[in-house]
Design a protein. Structure first.
Length: 358
C-alpha cells in the first residue's frame, strides 16, 4: 500500500498522540458521551492525533464486541474536530491477533478512515522472526504500519535487533512506537533504524512512559557507520492524561533541539524526572503495572472526563496504596497537570456529539 508523503512528513515532524482510554458506564457498557468527550479533549488540547483500540483502550474490547463501535465513534469525532482546523489529525488504530484477525482489523480500520495500524505482535509469542515478518507484510497490504514494541510486562514479547532490521524493509512502515521500558532494547530499535538507511522516512515515537523526556531529547549516534537518530514524538498512555501539558512539553523539546542551551535541556530533564515519578504512580510500577489502566482512569475521573474507573474486567482496579501515590504526585507536581484547561472546557466536550447525530 502506497504511503502518503504528507502523512510521512507529519509523523516525522513530531506529534503528541494519546493512547485513547475506554469510557464505560457502571454496568460496563460503552459510555458514548464520555468516550466522545475524551476524543474532543485530545483534539482541543493540541494533540496531533489519537491511537484507538490499543493497550490503553483495553485489548478486551474485541471480545466485548466494542472494537468497531469504539473505532467508528473516535474517527467520527476526530474528523468533525478536524473540519474546524487547518491541520490534519492522524488516526491510528490498534491491530492485533493472529494473521487472520490482524488483517481483518487492519482492513476495517482502513475502511473507517484510519491512517495507520499500530501492530501488536503479542499474540504471536512463539513465532520466529521470519514468521513475524510474513505476518507484518500481510497486514501492511491493508494499511500503513506503525510498528509497536510493547513491553513484556503488560503482554508484549521480546523483539530483537534482527526483527526490527527486517521489519524496516517493509515499505509501508511509517513509524515505530518503542515501548519496551528498557534502554538496551530501545537502543536496538534505534540502531536498526540507523542501519536501515530509512531514518528520514520512518519516525520513531516513544512509548517508554518511564523515560519520555530522555527519549525526546537524546540524539542516538548508533549504527554502522553511526547515524544520528531522534525520536520525533510520542504515542503514550501517559499522554492520555494531562494532554495539554504534554503538547507544551513536546513544543519545549522541539525549541530546545532547534536553539540548544544546556540550561533548557537540564530544566527539561528535571521535568522528565517528575513525569517519571508521576508515571510510576499512575501506571502502578510498584505492582508490575497491574493498575496501569485504572490509574489513567482515576485521573480522568477526578477531572470529570470519566464517571468512574470502570474496566471491562471487573477485577481490574487500582492496587492497594495506588490512590495515595496518585495523591502524592498530584500534590508534588501540580505543573504537570492540565486541570484548569479541562475544567474550563468540560461542559462543552460533554455536549451531544455532532458526529453521532450525523
Amino acid at each position: 500500500m502506497a504511503a502518503s508523503e504528507a502523512l510521512r512528513s507529519t509523523l516525522l515532524s513530531g506529534l503528541v498522540i494519546p493512547a485513547h482510554p475506554l469510557a464505560l458506564t457502571p454496568d460496563r457498557r460503552l459510555d458514548e458521551r464520555r468516550q466522545a468527550a475524551l476524543t474532543r479533549y485530545y483534539c482541543d488540547a493540541g494533540a496531533g492525533g489519537i491511537a484507538v483500540g490499543v493497550h490503553t483502550t483495553q485489548f478486551a474490547i474485541r471480545e466485548a464486541g466494542l472494537y468497531e463501535p469504539v473505532l467508528r465513534l473516535a474517527i467520527g469525532e476526530l474528523r468533525a474536530r478536524q473540519d474546524e482546523r487547518d491541520r490534519r489529525l492522524v488516526a491510528v488504530a490498534g491491530v492485533c491477533g493472529a494473521t487472520q484477525q490482524a488483517v481483518s482489523e487492519a482492513g476495517l480500520a482502513c475502511r473507517l478512515g484510519y491512517d495507520l495500524g499500530l501492530l501488536s505482535l503479542a499474540a504471536l509469542r512463539d513465532a520466529s522472526t521470519a514468521e513475524l515478518i510474513v505476518h507484518c507484510r500481510r497486514v501492511a497490504e491493508e494499511i500503513p504500519l506503525f510498528g509497536f514494541y510493547l513491553q513484556p510486562a503488560v503482554g508484549g514479547r521480546a523483539l530483537d535487533y534482527g526483527f526490527w532490521r527486517e521489519f524496516l524493509e517493509i515499505d509501508a512502515v511509517l513509524a515505530i512506537k518503542v515501548a519496551p521500558f528498557n534502554r538496551y532494547e530501545t537502543l536496538a530499535v534505534a540502531r536498526a533504524l540507523a542501519d536501515s538507511g530509512r531514518s528520514e522516512q520512518v519516525a520513531l515515537y516513544t512509548g517508554n512512559d518511564d523515560s519520555i523526556v530522555a527519549d525526546l531529547l537524546t540524539e542516538f549516534d548508533v549504527g554502522s557507520p553511526p547515524r544520528r537518530i531522534r525520536f520525533s514524538g510520542g504515542l503514550l498512555g501517559q499522554w492520555a492524561v494531562w494532554t495539554r501539558s504534554a503538547v507544551e512539553l513536546l513544543d519545549a523539546v522541539k525549541a530546545c533541539r532547534a536553539h540548544g542551551g544546556a540550561s533548557t535541556a537540564l530544566d527539561l530533564l528535571r521535568l522528565g524526572a517528575q513525569l517519571t515519578d508521576a508515571n510510576a504512580a499512575l501506571f502502578d510500577a510498584a505492582n508490575g503495572f497491574a493498575g496501569c489502566i485504572a490509574g489513567i482512569h482515576e485521573v480522568l475521573r477526578r477531572q470529570g472526563l470519566m464517571s468512574g474507573r470502570y474496566c471491562l474486567d471487573s477485577r481490574e482496579d487500582l492496587s492497594p496504596g495506588q490512590s495515595a501515590q496518585i495523591d502524592r504526585v498530584l500534590a508534588a507536581y501540580p505543573g504537570l497537570t492540565d486541570d484548569a484547561f479541562v475544567a474550563e472546557n468540560l461542559g462543552r466536550w460533554l455536549e451531544p456529539s455532532r458526529a453521532r447525530e450525523a
